[in-house]
Design a protein around this ligand. Structure first.
Ligand code: LMR
Length: 329
């Protein structure tokens, strides 16, 4: 058992000393691995502002970006140990806890942004948020960073054969791994904070990510080709330490839920705008060759990738995802 205010009393004492009346302030440390100027970075900041506003300053959310506190390999453990109270890992990285999250890594699962928002707000979305209560994790929301694109230093990626022999950095997810293998490429799992340097050191030839990550980490400067393929989806599970959450007063929980709902609505819209705007900047300001995958080319990718749906069904036990996928295979 622990009391949520203990952390504040131990660690923020100097700040608190000077400010009469704030001794009951609740500190939530929110750690994430991307830059501040990204959909996730901005949403974390917005949540902090709204939490402050809706609790009249009682709750202070400290956002720690860029993986400076915990890398994506460490942050789930840090959350479960209450070293931080909030994180927002990619859904792909959640497959470490349950293969069900691999649903969101299935190729061409979503066709358009509206598909994402409708699944997120459905019963399936809610089921995912409750999936890890036994592991001391409460799901607060699902956020979206939209669609992933492919980049390479070697060749323009149009046909499945173009992937042959190239190494691609991927997030840790069996479903992503299988896709690259089915395209004849070699997937290499690597944490996000090492991607830029490893590309510089030519540890792999290509990678997949959203425009906002390709832009904010300047990955486009190290790659010669980009295919706007929208082949995969990058979402985030916004998670809170459950014990911490359960010990918050009910009115604080309700204000934080409101703050999160408002943030989520804002971020789903904002991430679309941001990815679009930053693609424009890359197009204007860099020499990277950009190819838009045609429908015919997409069909060929899918011919190779479709079996991943069957593999997924063999991995999972939860009926709510099985039903969802079975409708599509
Ligand atoms: C990645 O590792 O490529 C992404 O998950 C980073 C992020 O959190 O957007």
């Amino acid at each position: 058992f622990f009391y949520p205010f203990d952390r504040f009393k131990q660690e923020e004492i100097s700040f608190d000393d000077e400010q009469e009346g704030l001794s009951d302030q609740i500190i939530i440390r929110f750690s994430h691995v991307v830059a501040e100027n990204t959909p996730k970075g901005l949403a974390a900041q917005k949540f902090a502002e709204l939490a402050d506003e809706k609790t009249d300053g009682l709750v202070k959310v400290e956002v720690i970006p860029n993986g400076t506190l915990y890398t994506d390999e460490q942050e789930l453990d840090a959350l479960m140990n209450n070293d931080v109270q909030m994180i927002a890992p990619s859904l792909s990285k959640m497959t470490k806890l349950a293969p069900e999250w691999g649903l969101f890594d299935l190729p061409f699962l979503f066709q358009k942004n509206e598909d994402i928002t409708s699944v997120f707000s459905s019963e399936i979305g809610n089921s995912f948020l409750r999936l890890h209560e036994d592991e001391n994790i409460t799901g607060m929301a699902l956020w979206s960073n939209g669609f992933k694109q492919m980049t390479s230093s070697e060749s323009s990626l149009k046909k499945p054969e173009d992937f042959k022999g190239q190494r691609f950095r991927i997030m840790p997810s069996a479903m992503i791994e299988e896709q690259f293998e089915r395209l004849g490429a070699e997937p290499i799992v690597m944490p996000f904070d090492q991607v830029y340097m490893s590309l510089e050191e030519e540890k792999f030839e290509g990678q997949e990510n959203t425009i906002s990550n390709i832009y904010s980490r300047r990955l486009y400067e190290l790659q010669n080709y980009m295919t706007i393929s929208n082949h995969g989806f990058l979402g985030y599970a916004v998670l809170m330490n459950k014990e911490f959450w359960d010990h918050l007063p009910e009115d604080v929980q309700s204000s934080l839920t409101d703050a999160m709902d408002e943030t989520t609505t804002w971020m789903l819209e904002e991430s679309m705008k941001m990815n679009k705007a930053q693609l424009g900047v890359i197009e204007r300001e860099s020499s990277i060759d950009i190819h838009y995958l045609t429908e015919e080319e997409q069909g060929k990718w899918l011919d190779n990738l479709q079996p991943v749906y069957q593999s997924f069904l063999q991995h999972v036990t939860e009926d709510f995802v099985k039903e969802f996928v079975e409708e599509r295979v």
